[in-house]
Design a binder for this molecule. Sequence first.
Ligand SMILES: *[C@@H]1O[C@H](CO)[C@@H](O)[C@H](O)[C@H]1NC(C)=O
Ligand SMILES: *[C@@H]1O[C@H](CO)[C@@H](O)[C@H](O)[C@H]1NC(C)=O
Ligand SMILES: *[C@@H]1O[C@H](CO)[C@@H](O)[C@H](O)[C@H]1NC(C)=O
Ligand SMILES: *[C@@H]1O[C@H](CO)[C@@H](O)[C@H](O)[C@H]1NC(C)=O
Ligand SMILES: *[C@@H]1O[C@H](CO)[C@@H](O)[C@H](O)[C@H]1NC(C)=O
Ligand SMILES: *[C@@H]1O[C@H](CO)[C@@H](O)[C@H](O)[C@H]1NC(C)=O
Ligand SMILES: *[C@@H]1O[C@H](CO)[C@@H](O)[C@H](O)[C@H]1NC(C)=O
Length: 403
Amino acid sequence: MSYNQQYQAVNTNYDNSYSYGFQQAQNKANRRSKLITIGSVVGVIALIAIGVGVGVGVSKSHKSSTKSAVTTTSSNSSAVQQTDPHDPSSFVKNPALKQSFYGMAYTPYGSQLPNCTNSLADVITDIQLLSQLTKRIRLYGADCNQSALVLEAIKQTKVDMKVFLANYPIATDAGAAYVRQRDLIKDALTTYGTDHVAGISVGNEFILNYLTDNGGSQQDPNGSVGNTGAALLLANITDTISMLSGMNLAVDVGTADAGSYFNTQILSAVKFGMANVHPWFAAQSIQDAAGWTADFFATTNVAAANALSNKPTMYIAETGWPTKSSSAAAASDGPSDASVANLQIYLDTFVCQANTNGTGYFYFEYFDEGWKDAQFGGVEGWWGLFNADRTLKNVTIPDCTAP
Ligand SMILES: *[C@@H]1O[C@H](CO)[C@@H](O)[C@H](O)[C@H]1NC(C)=O
Ligand SMILES: *[C@@H]1O[C@H](CO)[C@@H](O)[C@H](O)[C@H]1NC(C)=O
Ligand SMILES: *[C@@H]1O[C@H](CO)[C@@H](O)[C@H](O)[C@H]1NC(C)=O
Ligand SMILES: *[C@@H]1O[C@H](CO)[C@@H](O)[C@H](O)[C@H]1NC(C)=O
Ligand SMILES: *[C@@H]1O[C@H](CO)[C@@H](O)[C@H](O)[C@H]1NC(C)=O
Ligand SMILES: *[C@@H]1O[C@H](CO)[C@@H](O)[C@H](O)[C@H]1NC(C)=O
Ligand SMILES: *[C@@H]1O[C@H](CO)[C@@H](O)[C@H](O)[C@H]1NC(C)=O
């Protein structure tokens, strides 16, 4: 069966509400039940989008009480043990964790405006755990000082870890979210340098959201509405590139979007593209999920990038499988359930195989996110390898070494 046939067979009951910040989520509440009709064009499938994480609220990030502590004990010392309570680098490894993931999608707890309840102690615990699974993480935005918190945590834990920092602009705020996050990223780069920075992603599902908000039924990312949205994001991308060159820093700038929503002008302007590729939202069975993801990414995203003269590096920005749903309606994607058993199957069929194939991917995601469950319900809050309390779900982490 071709993708098209599979998609056409799907009765999409696809909730297009994802992750937005608080303010956006409210603005969009009325659109949450919108059905996206899946077209016959392979590239135009409404896939995904879960993502995210960043606050795009209206208020300014408050000065958090986080101090530049030289030594910090995790607030949840039972999640990770340290041999020296004052030295975050002395953490005890958990034999159940293996460094088998190319990368991991991560949003620090409490990094949505207006509240900013994140803390360095929690981020240190997360980095201690994440570093046992991968050498790369990606963020979704920069609000609530999360870039600096993550870089400080890497410094204190002394782990081998690189982070893709991110700026999550929104199209309708005259650039306020973009500038606010740009300046936080600039501060973090000034303080910590770029040794642990793999790149900066500007835009998260920007074109998907722009089309959803302005395009109505038009879902072509390269159509006139898509190009209007692209011009907005391109201004931000260009601005970040010039900020970096003004700082004399060589850091790659890219963007992240749903797998079917890459605009050609944007892709032509970036060093890397990160594509959400979700078998769950494409209504794949768990048995077909890993193969479908590999095939979709190769034929839709890698092929598109290779056709451009700048040949941006493509990554899978998000792929994973949810373990439960807060509503009966979203308990399955059609053929398969949200369950820990199916998460295990996805881990067993995707992770080591993608490593062998040389695919760069960010597993979605580190832990369950209660704020998404509260705002969006369904499966949105339940994609973690870890529970929200940072205990590992009942899964066996695949045993292979990621590149
Ligand atoms: C951001 O986090 C860093 C690292 O913990 C800290 O040094 C800095 O003071 C924080 N900035 C704000 C505004 O909270
Ligand atoms: C801290 O971690 C432990 C074990 O990992 C967990 O049981 C507990 O709920 C966590 N506490 C908080 C506040 O997250
Ligand atoms: C901010 O925190 C307050 C108090 O904990 C809570 O009632 C409110 O829902 C939070 N707001 C958001 C947007 O998370
Ligand atoms: C960033 O993008 C927003 C719209 O998404 C735009 O209004 C703003 O002018 C841009 N800012 C810069 C500095 O590029
Ligand atoms: C839009 O542009 C991308 C990147 O060049 C291309 O891969 C894709 O096929 C185009 N999408 C559509 C629907 O034409
Ligand atoms: C890896 O490559 C093989 C051969 O092309 C393909 O069948 C498989 O689906 C790929 N799997 C992943 C997870 O990349
Ligand atoms: C964990 O999963 C295994 C199957 O992989 C199952 O036998 C076991 O009962 C599960 N444990 C819990 C606590 O759910």
